[in-house]
Design a protein around this ligand. Structure first.
Ligand SMILES: Nc1ncnc2c1ncn2[C@@H]1O[C@H](COP(=O)(O)OP(=O)(O)OP(=O)(O)O)[C@@H](O)[C@H]1O
Length: 786
């Protein structure tokens, strides 16, 4: 039987075929797999093609499939299918080669390897001089000077096809580089992009090696830590490549392998190109799938446009399909595919893990609903049957009810309250008075309650006194702690007698009940998304729900996006993650590089944690390119609304659909006002809060930044980035005179802005009115308020 593989370009063209031709494609694939090609359906070499492995095959009178047939191998690669002339036009300039260094299959357009422009370099230089471009270019050239430090051999080792070297050597500016990234094979583009942001050559090479290992079913656990694949050879020039621009040590690279400065891991180049069959099974041959069964083929052809479901990046696939000997933590900036990985992991666990149900959970029920919808579109009914999808809040509440019921308490409506809100104040005051405290100490006690007692899940004085208060600004003596403890106990008695519980109480009570009833509610495994916003008690609850074992917890999160709560240390919640069970995704698939960079700028200078004891200093790149985000400031809210409406109208007239656009504001109030104003102007809008976020109903979504968490849109308007709104005056006033809390407030606000801005895929507009917030500064060109 022949091996038949499908390239994603084939799926793309297949999706556009008339139904009758699609049916013929299915028959053709069957025939190819069973070696039944011949007669009118024989392979015909396409003599004008740049690549002599390219054949065409007749589908019908009018349609042809383009097939690559490597010599000496019983392999067919389906590359394109189209109307006769179109199919030949597409195929004429394509090359399909196994890269001799990475041994992955690469496809490119030969025309794109040519150096753009006409005439000799001397002529071009003369033209530039006449046009006065030389000065500008000198400045631009300095930005890509790093390329000159790399020899051809070094570039080839990164998987850059040799045909592209001449064009690469003519790169003079970032925009030349961007154009090249659009046409290079994807993994070669990623390598260049990492170099462009200042990553050391060694770590990029390591990344390439990791991404192009054979097979996807790699068993990953802590025992393989730091073992780069391939041999080591000395590379004397290596240290020259450590450029000044915030270099990152190789040990921080994806995969975590330690690489010494003078030794580079390399895979020897084949004297001749490797086999196609071998290349098709490599992780790095991203965009190609070998047909293994009728069902798999059927699924692929039915969902051709949801390509990411099939073509996971190697760094994603190695997480989805690995056996781990304990909990796994996956970090990555916004849009790096953490949710995609979590969803695929859940499905993989449902397919492969013996016994028990698998919990898929996230920060709240809205987000869980989005996960459920996505899982429903990618899982079989049998797989779904094994998955329990719900927000951690819903789950905690269910267990909490069990706990109360066991104690014979009313479970109908425990009321939720916030220990720092106005309502709680009267209970604090009563407790303080009973213990003879001055009410001016209220804030101190509340902080101690939230940040120490609730944070650590403390129930008794003994636990409290044994808990270190590291990082708390104020020192407390033992008698002071004893007095605070008495106030807290009193506060708890008073509030719980009234049926009042904080959300943390619910988590805490649920967790304790599970710990005292081992085995009563148990999941075989859990997949957790948006973990950066989980309270430590939520992690302890998870630990109580999922007994420690292989493949038990799979946690994805990103501390850049923490907009609720504060830093959590997983190891202090009974979740111990070591070595290669901690990974970072680094390719951004959502936003353009321009949006990614500007959004990250909002967080510059902040130390971002890794959800454990360390720092997340990994950097992401995006291979997508687009217009720079727009930042505009107006005198009044009404003017800002008119600007937003105008921009939306022009996006809609360019073909973007309403529900692909979001308008995001800091507060409910502002998002409602903007929604009303846009509606009045005639924009089809709907509040995100009351709407199924994923419904394709053609209406622009208006919502809060908080509600936009986890979602994405083609265009995003972040509005009201004004003083007094971001952060809100009331929040600033509340923490006035408390520098630590003020710092935390600004940090959360920056993360919120980062979250909102990174919901955008192609276009981002940031606007304000009144006085602009310093969080996203304006300059003279972006002010329309004069
Ligand atoms: N391998 C891939 N190939 C193509 N697209 C991908 C791939 N992985 C993820 N994507 C796409 O990238 C976008 C972002 O993915 P996802 O939502 O999983 O990122 P995330 O890291 O969870 O983002 P956030 O933290 O901002 O919520 C989605 O549109 C997803 O379909």
């Amino acid at each position: 039987m022949a091996t038949v593989a499908i390239h994603d370009t084939f799926l793309e063209s297949y999706a556009r075929l008339p139904h009758a031709e699609q049916k013929r494609v299915k028959r053709l694939i069957d025939d190819l797999r069973t070696d039944r090609v011949g007669g009118s359906r024989h392979l015909e070499r396409y003599l004008e093609a740049a690549d002599d492995k390219v054949y065409s095959i007749r589908l019908s009178d009018a349609y042809r499939a383009i097939v690559v047939r490597p010599p000496g191998e019983n392999v067919y690669l389906l590359a394109w299918v189209d109307h006769h002339d179109e199919a030949y036009r597409w195929a004429r300039r394509r090359r399909f080669e196994v890269n001799p260094y990475t041994r992955t299959l690469q496809v490119w357009d030969v025309e794109e390897t040519e150096v753009p422009g006409t005439g000799t370099e001397a002529e071009a230089h003369l033209r530039a001089q006449v046009n006065g471009e030389i000065g500008e270019r000198a400045e631009a050239e300095s930005k890509v000077a790093w390329l000159e430090l790399l020899t051809d051999e070094m570039l080839l080792r990164l998987g850059i096809p040799a045909d592209f070297l001449p064009r690469l050597r003519r790169i003079h500016s970032d925009s030349d580089l961007e154009q090249l990234l659009d046409v290079l094979p994807q993994e070669a583009g990623e390598a260049l992009q990492f170099l462009a942001i200042g990553e050391p050559y060694e770590s990029v090479l390591q990344w390439v090696l990791e991404s192009t290992r054979v097979g996807a079913e790699t068993v990953a656990d802590e025992t393989t830590e730091g073992e780069p694949s391939g041999a080591y050879i000395p590379v004397p020039a290596a240290e020259k490549l450590e450029r000044g621009a915030s270099p990152q040590s190789a040990s921080n690279a994806e995969g975590g392998g330690a690489v010494t400065a003078h030794l580079l891991p390399v895979r020897e180049a084949d004297p001749a190109p490797g086999s196609f069959l071998d290349a098709l099974t490599r992780q790095g041959s991203r965009r190609v799938v070998v047909v293994t069964s009728d069902e798999q083929l059927q699924a692929m052809l039915e969902q051709p446009l949801a390509k990411w479901r099939i073509f996971l990046h190697p760094s994603q696939r190695s997480l989805v399909e690995a056996h781990f000997r304990g909990p796994v933590r996956v970090l990555g900036g916004a849009g790096t595919g953490k949710t995609v990985v979590a969803l695929h992991r859940a499905r993989w666990l449902a397919q492969h893990l013996e016994g028990g149900r698998i919990l898929v959970t996230t920060f709240n029920r809205n987000l869980a609903e989005t996960l459920r919808q996505q899982l429903e579109s990618m899982c079989t009914p049998e797989e779904l049957e094994r998955l329990e999808v719900c927000g951690i809040d819903q789950l905690a509440y269910r267990v909490f009810q069990l706990a109360l019921r066991e104690n014979g308490r009313s479970v109908s409506h425990p009321e939720l309250f916030d220990p720092a809100d106005r309502r709680a104040q009267s209970y604090w005051d009563a407790a303080l008075r009973e213990e003879g405290w001055d009410l001016s100490q209220r804030r101190l006690v509340i902080d101690e309650y939230i940040h120490v007692i609730q944070f650590h899940g403390i129930d008794t004085w003994d636990e409290y006194v044994a808990t270190p208060r590291t990082g708390r600004g104020i020192r407390l003596s033992r008698p002071q702690r004893a007095a605070i403890w008495r106030v807290v106990e009193r506060f708890r008695t008073l509030t719980q007698a009234e049926g009042l519980y904080t959300y943390t109480d619910i988590l805490h009570i649920a967790r304790q009940w599970l710990e005292s009833h081992p085995g009563i509610v148990v999941f075989r495994a859990a997949v957790v998304d948006e973990a950066q916003d989980f309270h430590p008690e939520a992690f302890r609850l998870l630990r109580a729900l999922v007994p420690p074992g292989d493949n038990d917890l799979f946690i994805t999160g990103d501390a850049h996006q923490r907009i609720y709560g504060s830093r959590v240390v997983l190891s202090r919640c009974g979740i111990h993650i070591r070595g290669r069970r901690s990974r970072r995704l680094r390719i951004n698939y959502r936003t353009t590089e321009q949006i990614r960079r500007d959004a990250l700028g909002v967080l510059s200078g902040l130390a971002i944690d890794d959800l454990d004891n360390g720092v997340d200093d990994g950097r992401d790149v995006s291979l997508l390119s687009g217009p720079k985000p727009e930042r505009v400031h107006f005198a009044t809210f009404e003017q800002e609304a008119v600007y937003v409406a105008d921009q939306i109208q022009s996006l809609l007239s360019s073909g973007i659909v309403g529900h692909e656009v979001a308008v995001l504001a800091r507060t409910h109030d502002l998002s409602r006002r903007m929604c009303e104003e846009l509606d009045r102007i005639g924009v089809p809008v709907e509040l995100l809060e009351t709407r199924d976020a994923l419904a394709a109903d053609g209406r622009v979504r208006c919502g809060t930044m908080h509600r936009s968490k986890g979602l994405e849109f083609r265009a995003v308007f972040v509005v009201g980035v004004s003083e007094g709104i971001m952060p809100p005056t009331s929040a600033v006033e509340e923490v006035a005179g408390e520098p630590d809390r003020l710092d935390q407030l600004w940090q959360l606000e920056r993360s919120l802005l980062y979250v909102a801005a990174t919901r955008a895929r192609d276009r981002l507009f940031v606007s304000s009115h009144g006085t602009p917030s310093p969080l996203w500064p304006t300059d003279s060109t972006t002010r329309c308020d004069r």
